[in-house]
Design a protein around this ligand. Structure first.
Ligand code: PLP
Length: 328
């Protein structure tokens, strides 16, 4: 199936430090942390979390101490890479293998004794982080106005913790762009309602600062659940094939947890709708980092990785066991 007007928003190139969608959120979150005088910034996510790595790279640049609480996720090549990058950037990691409320509370209370800025929501998907994607949409509007790209009819983007989708949906409304967002579900973290609520919460936060921000109706998100596969971070055949295709034709690297599944959804949509969308403009929003970490990775020794895990007391927050290491 051929499309007449298929575009890619290259958020993989957002920064030389760490590309992808993280920087847009961290731009606002870390500015807030600095303004409030915090000296370290804590995130949480899976052991392969891109967000935790992005936070570590950018905190290093800003002179902040990165901290991350990590939980299990299926192992894929990104997990090992990200753990080594965390090691390089001296991310202070806590590993909670089987997350119980009590363990999280204990970790939280201990960290609170220090000057830790705690982002409750993984992925930076709080209104302040989501604002980064409202901004991104205004950037797109600017590109449309300058005729760099035709106004899209559909925007395909991954939906994990939803800040990206929520910000884009709100931004489209504020910029008066009629496009629909096809939000490709890649985790069970947040559903359609939660995504829409985050968009409204972000609008309310903006309104507090600027009373000219209009009321909007968030009705432009189509939640696509068919490309999720067997679970978060579990690759799908369609996703892997989509990655292969874009690598071959555009020399663009995607990964199998978020962007591969999203591109697979776009291909599926094009094949299914066939002639009815042939002339529509479709935008694939690439949210994956494209910074090449290979030089850094060459310097890292995997055995040193154990050193970065920290625990408060025995048997509570413990370093990963041997099985866990072997799995990687
Ligand atoms: C590469 C990539 N794309 C998309 C997402 C999903 O973004 P969000 O959490 O804002 O839904 C993530 C989240 O970690 C990601 O790492």
């Amino acid at each position: 199936m051929e499309l007449d007007s298929l575009w890619v928003k290259r958020d993989d190139l957002t920064s030389q430090l760490y590309g992808g969608n993280k920087l847009r959120k961290l731009e606002f979150i870390l500015a807030d942390a600095k303004r409030k005088g915090y000296d370290s910034v804590m995130t949480r996510g899976g052991i392969g979390s891109n967000f935790c790595v992005a936070n570590a790279t950018i905190c290093n640049k800003l002179g902040l101490l990165p901290v991350a609480a990590l939980v299990d996720q299926p192992i894929n090549p990104i997990v090992k890479k990200n753990l080594l990058i965390n090691l390089y950037y001296k991310n202070e990691l806590y590993y909670i293998r089987k997350g119980s409320r009590a363990k999280w509370l204990k970790l939280w209370l201990n960290l609170k004794k220090r000057n830790i800025y705690y982002m409750l929501t993984p992925g930076g998907s709080v209104p302040l982080g989501t604002l980064g994607y409202v901004n991104a949409e205004l950037e797109l509007k600017n590109q449309i106005d300058k005729n760099n790209i035709p106004e899209p009819d559909y925007i395909f983007v991954a939906c994990g913790s939803a800040g990206t989708v929520a910000g884009l949906a709100l931004g489209l409304k504020l910029a008066e762009i009629k496009a629909k967002i096809i939000a490709v579900q890649v985790s069970l973290f947040i559903g359609y309602e939660g995504t829409v609520k985050l968009a409204y919460d972000t609008r309310d936060m903006m309104f507090k600062f600027d009373k000219s921000v209009p009321e909007v109706k968030i009705d432009n998100i189509i939640f696509e659940t068919d490309y999720f596969g067997e679970g978060y971070a579990k690759p799908t055949d369609e996703g892997l094939a989509a990655m292969e295709l874009i690598k071959k034709t555009q020399k663009m690297e995607l990964e199998s947890t978020y962007t591969g599944k999203t591109l697979a959804a776009l291909i599926g949509f094009a094949n299914q709708k066939h002639n009815s969308i042939k002339e529509k403009t479709i935008l694939f929003w690439n949210t994956f980092n494209s910074r090449d970490f290979s030089e850094i990775l060459k310097k890292m020794k995997y055995k040193d990785f154990l050193k970065i895990f920290t625990g408060f007391s025995k048997n509570e927050l413990v370093a990963p066991d041997v099985n866990f290491i072997r799995k990687i």
